[in-house]
Design a protein around this ligand. Structure first.
Ligand code: NAI
Length: 344
C-alpha cells in the first residue's frame, strides 16, 4: 500500500478521503499544519503530498520537499497560483483537480449576490432580535439588470446560465472567448462601464493580478455590486474598501481575500484582527465575506477526494498524469499535452 501525507487537514476533508482511500489502495497520514517552508520537513520520507489553496509552495518549500524524497504534489483544488512551478519542474510532478463542481462555485456566487442585494444577512439578525423593521433593507430586481462576467470557463459559463434564469442581460470578458456559445463578449473596459454587477471567474495570473483596482473602479457604474469567488488578489482590496466608503461600490460579496492565507479556514474569534483592510471590509453593512467556501458541497468534496487519489494512483502505477500541470503548461497558458504522457 502506498503511503502519502496530507497537509492542512480539516474534518470534512478526512471524511471524504477516508471513504475513497481503500479503493485506491493508499494510506494517508493527516497533518493539520499548512504546507510551507517551516512544515515541509514533515513530509520527509513520503513520496507524495496532498496540498491545498492556502499552502505556500514556493522555491524553498519545494527544495525541502524534494530533498526529503517527495516526487509528486497532489493539489486537492483547481487553482495553482500558490506553487512555484519553475522550482518544481523536472523534480516534482504537480497534479490537480481541474473541476470538482463548477456548480458549487457558481451557485455560491449567486448566493452572495442574492444575500447582499436582498439584505438577507441583516434581516436574519434583525428578526432574531424581534426587530421586524424593513428600513434599510431595500434591494433591486435582478431581472433586466446587466451582469458582467469576467472569465467564461467552466464556472463562469454555469454562472451565466444561472443569471439568464433570472432574466438578466449578460455580457462577458475573456481573452480566450468560447467559440461554441452565444455569449456576448465585450472589452474589459466596456464590461466595467456597462455592468450593474460584476462577477469574477478567471484565474489569478500576472495579467489578472489586481484586475479590479482604482482605475477600473472609477469607470464602473455608481452602485455597482462586485462578486469574487475566484482569487483574492484579482482585486486590490484597499481600493475596493475606499470605493465602498465613497459609496461608489454598492456592495461586495467576497469568498476570497488577497491576504486570506493568514486567516481563512481558522477559528480566530478570540484573536485580535490585525488586518485593517479585511476588518474594514467585514465591518461594512454592504459587504459579505465568506472564507473560501464556494467549493464546499458534498458533491465537490467527494469529487475532490476521488480525483486526487486517482491522480496519485496513476503516479504510483507509472501511468500518464492526465491532470498534471507544469512550468511549461503554465507558460503556454493553454498547453495541449498528451494526457498519456507526463510533463517530464
Ligand atoms: P477555467 O479554467 O475553466 O476558466 C477560467 C477562464 O478564465 C477561462 O475561460 C480563461 O480563458 C479565462 N481567463 C484567463 N485569463 C483571463 C483574463 N486575463 N481575463 C479574463 N478571463 C481570463 O476555470 P474555472 O474552473 O471556471 O475556475 C475559475 C476560477 O475559480 C479558478 O481559477 C479559481 O481561482 C476559482 N475557484 C474558486 C473556488 C472557490 O472555492 N472559491 C473553487 C474553484 C475554483
Amino acid at each position: 500500500m502506498n503511503k502519502i501525507c496530507f497537509f492542512d487537514t480539516k474534518p470534512y476533508d478526512k471524511v471524504y478521503f477516508d471513504t475513497f482511500k481503500e479503493k485506491f489502495d493508499i494510506e494517508i497520514d493527516y497533518f493539520e499544519s499548512k504546507l510551507n517552508v517551516d512544515t515541509a520537513v514533515m513530509a520527509n520520507g513520503y513520496e507524495a503530498v496532498v496540498a491545498f489553496v492556502n499552502d505556500t509552495i514556493d522555491t524553498k518549500t519545494i527544495d525541502i520537499l524534494y530533498k526529503g524524497g517527495v516526487r509528486i504534489i497532489a493539489m486537492r483544488c483547481a487553482g495553482y497560483n500558490n506553487i512555484d512551478f519553475k522550482a518544481a519542474y523536472d523534480r516534482i510532478h504537480v497534479v490537480r483537480v481541474p473541476a470538482y463542481s463548477p456548480y458549487a462555485v457558481a451557485e455560491h456566487a449567486m448566493a452572495l449576490l442574492l444575500t447582499l442585494n436582498r439584505k438577507i444577512h441583516r434581516a436574519y439578525n434583525r428578526t432574531k432580535e424581534h426587530n421586524f423593521s424593513l428600513v434599510g433593507l431595500t434591494g433591486f430586481d435582478l431581472h433586466g439588470k446587466t451582469m458582467g462576467v469576467v472569465g467564461t470557463g467552466k464556472i463562469g459559463r454555469i454562472f451565466i446560465d444561472i443569471c439568464k434564469g433570472f432574466g438578466m442581460e449578460v455580457i462577458a470578458y475573456d481573452p480566450y472567448p468560447a467559440k461554441d456559445t452565444d455569449i456576448q463578449y465585450v472589452s474589459f473596459e466596456e464590461l466595467c462601464k456597462r455592468s450593474d454587477i460584476i462577477s469574477l471567474h478567471c484565474p489569478l495570473t500576472k495579467d489578472t493580478h489586481h484586475l479590479i483596482q482604482k482605475d477600473a473602479l472609477t469607470i464602473m457604474k455608481p452602485g455597482v455590486v462586485i462578486i469574487n469567488t475566484s482569487r483574492g488578489a484579482l482585486i486590490n482590496s484597499e481600493d475596493l474598501l475606499n470605493a465602498i466608503k465613497e459609496e461608489k461600490v454598492g456592495g461586495a460579496g467576497l469568498d476570497v481575500y488577497e491576504e486570506e492565507t493568514e486567516f481563512f479556514y481558522e477559528d480566530l474569534s478570540y484573536s485580535i484582527m490585525r488586518d485593517d483592510i479585511l476588518s474594514g471590509l467585514i465591518s461594512m453593512p454592504n459587504v459579505i465575506v465568506t472564507s473560501h467556501q464556494a467549493f464546499l458541497t458534498k458533491e465537490a468534496l467527494s469529487n475532490i477526494a476521488e480525483v486526487t487519489l486517482q491522480n496519485l494512483k496513476d503516479y504510483f502505477d507509472g501511468n500518464g498524469l492526465e491532470n498534471e500541470i507544469c512550468y511549461q503548461c503554465t507558460k503556454q497558458n493553454h498547453c495541449d499535452k498528451n494526457p498519456h504522457n507526463r510533463c517530464f
